[in-house]
Design a protein around this ligand. Structure first.
Ligand code: TXA
Ligand code: MG
Length: 319
């Protein structure tokens, strides 16, 4: 029922749904994406809720033209060359995020980099144009399931969670985009995908290093992003904050406290809390408080990913 043919009138309606903060599944040349406005934190939080992802990985942001990419990130040097060669197409570039980009902190998991890609599928490009927004879009499947290559797969996994599924037939590649970070003299492969390492080397004359191989490289691409870690000491599940600490609160009843307080959601809404989490960590870290105390946050729904992020912020660090 949520599936509609990807004709113009439906793409325009889908664009309006995106602007209103909704989720729309759409075809790309790689796999179907679960799209939301990358500038609305709560819309991005709904992506994680719908997928049932236990973690906040940074998401790929999809753009329709180079001016839009330039407004979001610093696309210069070899990265621009790669974009000119492979966009629109299945290459995602991890780039320095531009100040004032308007992107939600959740879409980049609090990082100062953002992964951008310009998809080649006309329906994807049409949806971005119709919404006039950059689209955050991971694959449109439940966490742990395989990526969908047709609209029926999406409906089976997420049919009750999306406002609309635009049916554009089977996807061409059936394999996600290649994710790279451009370094000074080489290209770091963060996720192998539809564009091969040989194609990247052929286009640039530079070697491709695989971040996934050897030594103590992290096992999952999501972990490669050096996650935003606050300078302040973080304590979780705190009911009585110490004087001088900053406090991340949740819900309507907040303990009396002298230091800076940031309530993630006074009404106790986990979607709102997820949207505000990285911004709150950053703000309170910058307040100069030596420590950040975090009130207990329920672990159902998005609470699982929120608590995962907080646990890692609170874990002792070696460096
Ligand atoms: O083919 C695709 O790329 C599909 C279709 C829908 O376009 N999208 C997709 O998006 O797979 P997503 O959000 O699931 O991809 C996330 C990948 C992860 O490997 C993540 O670690 C990496 O991109 N990534 C995103 N932002 C990053 C960043 N700032 N730094 C490092 N890696 C990043
Ligand atoms: Mg996926």
């Amino acid at each position: 029922m949520a599936i509609v043919p990807a004709r113009d009138a439906n793409v325009r309606a889908a664009g309006a749904l995106i602007r209103a903060g909704g989720l729309v599944a759409f075809p790309t040349e790689t796999v179907y994406g679960l799209g939301a406005d990358a500038t609305q934190g709560e819309a991005v939080a709904r992506i994680f809720a719908a997928k049932g992802r236990p973690r906040f990985n940074p998401l790929i942001v999809h753009v329709a033209h180079f001016e839009q990419a330039d407004s979001l990130a610093d696309l210069s040097g070899m990265a621009r060359g790669l974009a000119q060669r492979f966009w629109p197409g299945p290459l995602s570039l991890v780039l320095p995020r531009r100040a004032g980009s308007g992107l939600s902190d959740l879409v980049t998991a609090g990082l100062d980099t953002v992964a951008l890609r310009m998809p080649a599928h006309p329906v994807a490009l049409g949806l971005i144009a119709a919404s006039q927004r950059p689209l955050a879009a991971p694959s449109a499947n439940r966490s742990g399931h395989v990526s969908p290559t047709c609209a029926a797969h999406v409906e089976g996994d997420l049919g009750d969670k999306v406002a609309m599924i635009l049916d554009g037939g089977d996807t061409r590649h059936g394999l996600e985009s290649t994710v790279v970070r451009v370094l000074d003299r080489q290209i770091m492969l963060l996720r192998a995908g539809a564009i091969t390492a040989a194609q990247l080397t052929e286009a640039t004359g530079k070697p491709v290093v695989r971040a996934l191989e050897g030594g103590n490289a992290p096992s999952s691409p999501g972990q490669l992003a050096s996650h935003y870690a606050p300078r302040a000491r973080v304590r979780i599940n705190v009911t009585a904050p110490e004087p001088g600490e900053a406090l991340i609160a949740f819900g309507p009843s907040v303990p009396r406290h002298d230091g800076p307080v940031d309530n993630l959601s006074a009404k106790g809404d986990l979607i709102e809390a997820a949207a505000r989490l990285f911004g709150a960590l950053r703000r309170l870290d910058q307040s100069g408080a030596p420590g950040i105390a975090v009130m207990p946050i329920p672990s159902d729904g998005l609470g699982e990913a929120i608590n995962d992020r907080l646990r890692r912020a609170a874990a002792p660090r070696s460096s």
